[in-house]
Design a protein around this ligand. Sequence first.
Ligand SMILES: [Zn+2]
Length: 704
Amino acid sequence: MKTSFLLFFTAAVLFWSCSMIKQEPLKEQNPFFTEYNTPFDVPPFDKIKEEHYLPAFKEGIKQEWSQIETIANSSEAPTLENTIEAMEGSGALLTRVDNVFYNLTEAHTNDELQDIAKEVAPLLSRHRDDIILNDKLFKRVKAVYEQKDGLNLTVEQNTLLEEYYKDFVRGGANLDEENKAELREINEELSLLTLKFGENVLGENNAFELVIEKEADLAGLPETSITGAAEAAGERGHEGKWVFTIHKPSWTPFLQYSEKRELREKIFKAYINKGDNNNELDNKEILSRIAALRVKKANLLGYKTHADFVLEKNMAKRPENVYAFLDQLWEPALAKAKKEAEEFRKMIAEEGKDFKLEAWDWWYYAEKLKKARYELDDETLRPYFKLENVRNGAFTVANNLFGITFEEITDIPKYHEEVKVFEVKEADGSHIGLLYTDYHPRASKRGGAWMSSYRKQSRLGGIEITPVITNVCNLSKPTGDKPALISLENVETLFHEFGHALHGLLSNCTYQRLSGTAVPRDYVELCSQIMENWATEPEVLKSYARHYETGEPIPDELIARIGKARHFNQGFETVEYLAASYLDMDWHTLTDAGELDPVEFENASLGKIGLIPEIVTRYRSTYFRHIFSGGYSSGYYSYIWAEVLDADAFQAFKEAGVYDQKTAQSFRKNILATGGTEDPMTLYVRFRGHEPEIDALLKRRGLD
Ligand SMILES: [Zn+2]
């Protein structure tokens, strides 16, 4: 997921020069400069045009800079209110444009937006550095920080102060002028490289198409897949043919079901070679430069590696702790994966075929074996997972747990026709916030699934700001006359992102800086992953998984089979994921800032842990967006780290009842509402009564 990726306050620009004559008329029509005048004050997507962003960014930077200067040059003695809280309240316009722009460049972008992003990235990077590296301002922050024990601060105020202080120190405020200048250059270059990296992955995702002309080449594929491919062909100018792409909803079923081994190989290789095709979208040089710059930056700030720099703020604290944790899981997972491979080899032999099991065969034989062993496959389940039913199922779970309700609002601005908006209310009818959902893939959207916000919850100075949260996914679309019928994996994704959404919606914090998902990276997935547990809980399944034609609830024996198949293919899933986590850690524990050959480096990294050739790391370096253009560098391990927490936390519900009100209220109060206001382990123990234990996770994955 993407925790809102907003710079907590953003960076200054000194290049602003625009005559008043030109500026004024533009301001009048630019929605960012006026009241939104929309329901719940949501962004007026229908009025915002591409040309509005750049002037709004520039003006936002200018305004914030002037607010920051006022704080820095104040003649009053520094206090929490006139320094830290004043900074927290600065930059409203910039936050406003930032919130719209960076959501759309992920969910619904175009060439113009991408160009603006490139223009804005160095401006924001400079602006942020101007604030962080402002000596007068840092002196004031430091002065408040040094008196903090005598200030009688609340827990939340104390955390806020510490966070701001750390931001300055980690941002280079203690460096001398020469090093500050170098840091600025590094930050600026990184801002552009990471942007370009993501853009290339998007380009590669959209570029590939497998055009099928003969019906015979569709052998084995389910009907939903074929209809989808025919529609894609029509949209892409291949009328009468079938087009498969490397977008997940198209790619995964193809690998699972296509009997044409050479076509599976083709589409599989297209996916794993993204960013590694020596074309204009190649990411090798870019990522190697990013890794090198990160080492340089870490060293400049006094850290041995980039991972040391990042992990200091996470629950894991140090790289050794992450490696030790991964190692604990790797051996049992790899052993399980090897057994799985052995079973597939046996199947191939039994079919009388004579080829070596390869990575593009894994999905196919896994699906076949699952069907044979558990009479379960994605296609059997799909009719019970109509998208709207699943979404409503997630809403019902939240209702049962917290009493909150979701009601669709149609008369409200949206950025795309597929978007839906829901008002979220407390049991007593009072307003909590809004949830936007945007569930289907399209060329303007990047791959994956994430939660983000158009507005974060806060109440600085007693002014209640309610959250506007978004869930963006790439789930199967409706095809032909059928509604969107999604896979079990998709169901879990929907619940996952919904969990993040609840974290944003049920936030009850004073400061935006600490609210909602503004928590350590290896803690944030607790709230999302725990929701996945409810998705497949028998009594919950029974309520929402209804056949899209007959309305019949999913049969008990199918639920039982889902339960039995839980551990199936978990060796593969765990190994594929852990391999990517090691790769991430290896890239970011480099101590030398020299640039490396990424393919060689990757092979060495994966060779070292003994990854078997039948499994490819979940992300190869050249399209590993999480770590080279998202916020997960040295943090990809977080998902499984947080799984220890969520497996253990869900145990509390299992023990007391999945809808037990006391447990639910404690979870809401101690985990969902508290954001980053306190140390995560303290919060967790307050909910659970003890620190998390790894056993529940090992058991869940069948690795015990
Ligand atoms: Zn997530």
